[in-house]
Design a binder for this molecule. Structure first.
Ligand SMILES: Cc1cc2nc3c(=O)[nH]c(=O)nc-3n(C[C@H](O)[C@H](O)[C@H](O)COP(=O)(O)OP(=O)(O)OC[C@H]3O[C@@H](n4cnc5c(N)ncnc54)[C@H](O)[C@@H]3O)c2cc1C
Length: 388
């Protein structure tokens, strides 16, 4: 049996009714027209507090992909996952708001998560998005080296301060923190900030982890340059290695503005690059630690093989595997069962704030399309198995 096909293990915590509901939901997500219409209707109705719709969303999409409306409410899921050896990474998902008040509020929430999770091994990482702390246009301007006005300089200083407060607090409490990667046009400034934070806080061990999107061209070179700098300045590197979630947007913008497409030309090229990322990490474990955020079974198996060929124990502290809550439980629980380090992103927050995040996930076809088919196949297999 292919290794990640044990649906009995994958869905041990799910009742038949929960599985049927999940099946129905993935079926809906699979229909692009429905998803598109559904997302507009959903965003509108939930945002405008139609209690009936909010209730339905809460017991369907929200229950499948989120921990709860608050951290406390989400602890039930955290405990359930940890019982099976899987960690949780609280993902506070307010999207699309770009004002200083929201940036400060999110920063405060992230710091509260850090304090909330001190000493709790069920929550091994903290995570945040750079654009949760500052405007995307500002990141772009800083990354391009544009001349900033004095008010923009002050604004940027506040972004740096938010990064520094979160990374500093993680350092103080010995918590690892991952910084998500976003659009290429804002990423240079975010990378720069992550490098500064790594130099400051990763002197003894990797506390700050940046995200590398392997669907981008030129990322291996970037990692090599980083490694050289880390060796010179004597600090450790932490990376989350993903394929990347913004392909359609990246290609459309590159075409519109007439610059070279920053994304690998094909899926195969992205896969090859991802594998090269696995090699890079496993070749430099003295300096580099990595969290492989992927739902790809071949990649996951390849990482296991590389670890084996280097005689690394499954629970080697430099290597983590990660999936999103509500997806790829067949990979997560298989790996945790075998003693690998695994953690899942666990979005939480008020239903109306999380819906834009959930619908974005559904809309991004290339990152969800293949996955939806895989989830449906697995759920069906388990339901059939239970009937026998
Ligand atoms: C725990 C976790 C954290 C994540 N954090 C981030 C993050 O910080 N930033 C971020 O951008 N994404 C993030 N992602 C999403 C991730 O980048 C992928 O979009 C998603 O996981 C699907 O890729 P895969 O490796 O799981 O699966 P696969 O199904 O094997 O790969 C799908 C991916 O392949 C690439 N691809 C598909 N078609 C093509 C094509 N024609 N040409 C080139 N490439 C193609 C795209 O990246 C697509 O998303 C995260 C995912 C996880 C599980």
């Amino acid at each position: 049996m292919p290794i990640f096909n044990d649906t009995k293990v994958a869905f041990a915590d799910k009742s038949d009714a929960q599985l049927r509901k999940a099946y129905w939901m993935f079926k809906m997500i699979e229909q692009p027209a429905l998803t598109s219409l559904g997302t507009s209707v959903l965003n509108f109705t939930v945002h405008n507090n139609f209690p009936f719709v909010t209730g339905i969303v809460k017991s369907t999409l929200f229950e499948q992909f989120c921990g709860g409306e608050t951290r406390e409410e989400s602890m039930k899921v955290v405990k359930q996952l940890f019982k099976r050896g899987v960690g949780s990474i609280f993902d506070y998902s307010i999207e699309g708001k770009e004002d200083e008040e929201t940036f400060d509020a999110v920063c405060k929430e992230i710091k509260d998560i850090i304090r909330f999770s001190v000493g709790n091994p069920a929550i091994p990482f903290i995570v945040f998005k750079p654009t949760a702390f500052g405007r995307i246009d500002l990141y772009e301007a800083v990354g391009k080296g544009a001349e900033l006005t004095s008010s923009q300089k002050e604004e940027w200083a506040r972004v740096v301060k938010r990064f520094d407060e979160v990374c500093g607090l993680c350092h103080e409490h010995n918590k690892k923190v991952m910084v998500d990667a976003e659009e290429t046009w804002m990423q240079d400034a975010a990378d720069q900030l992550c490098e500064e934070m790594m130099e400051k806080y990763n002197q003894e061990k990797p506390i700050v982890w940046n995200t590398i999107q392997m669907y981008r061209t030129g990322r291996l070179k970037y990692m090599e340059e980083n490694l050289q700098r880390a060796r010179e300045k004597n600090y450790f590197i932490g990376y989350k290695i993903v394929r990347g979630a913004y392909m359609e947007k990246e290609r459309a913008r590159a075409e519109e503005k007439g610059y070279p497409d920053p994304i690998q030309p094909t899926k195969e090229a992205s896969d090859k690059n991802y594998n090269a990322g696995i090699d890079f990490v496993t070749n430099h474990l003295d300096k580099v630690s990595a969290f492989f955020g992927t739902h790809n079974e071949i990649s996951s198996e390849l990482i296991m093989d590389k670890m084996k060929s280097r005689s690394l124990e499954n629970g080697n502290p430099h290597i983590y595997f990660g999936q999103l809550y509500g997806m790829s439980d067949n990979i997560s629980f298989y790996l945790s069962d075998k003693g690998y380090n695994v953690a899942k992103y666990l979005p939480y927050g008020p239903v109306k704030d999380v819906v834009p995040y959930l619908t974005r996930r559904a809309r991004e076809n290339t990152s969800v399309a293949g996955q939806t088919g895989r989830e449906l196949g697995l759920i069906k297999k388990e339901l059939d198995r239970r009937k026998k």
